[in-house]
Write a protein that binds this ligand. Structure first.
Ligand code: RB5
Length: 145
């Protein structure tokens, strides 16, 4: 699978470990930065990664900031993005199985590096169940407004 990844300064410390894990699992990774702990604006990185997913350059995206909250808010502005903020393994699995999440958001100030890697492994390895769940995600475009 092709994975686009991005982070802000809050997520920079763990991003390379996530990239290495994805590569060890056989995935191709497009790393969109950031590339240091210097303060940056997370919406810039959410936008770049989500554009890759929207236009098919990437199959899925992973976004890491301090809490994961800002990244998930920014990513979900796009109609074709289903971004899930996951802090543990159950929601990581369910976001794929029931919600077909195509972007995973992580909070590096909330979850330690070991658990982040397990969340990524679980999220990458869980398939969408389809069926009634497909019907429900097709309702998203009409959900609000
Ligand atoms: C940056 O300080 C922090 O606000 C950001 O990483 C993230 O937690 C936002 O939701």
């Amino acid at each position: 699978m092709k994975i686009a990844i991005g982070c802000d300064h809050g997520g920079f410390g763990v991003k390379n470990d996530v990239v290495e894990l994805l590569q060890s699992m056989g995935h191709g990774v497009s790393d969109h930065g950031c590339d240091s702990g210097q303060s940056v604006n997370y919406p810039d990185y959410a936008k770049i990664v989500c554009l890759d997913v929207e236009n098919g350059t990437a199959d899925r995206g992973i976004l890491i900031c301090g809490t994961g909250i800002g990244m998930s808010m920014a990513a979900n502005r796009s109609k074709s993005i289903r971004a899930a903020l996951c802090h543990e393994l159950f929601t990581a699995a369910m976001s794929r199985e029931h919600n077909d999440a195509n972007v995973l958001c992580l909070g590096a100030r909330v979850v330690g590096p070991g658990l982040i890697l397990e969340i990524v492994r679980t999220w990458m390895n869980t398939e969408f169940a389809g069926g009634r769940h497909q019907t429900r995600i097709e309702m998203f475009s009409n959900a609000i407004g």
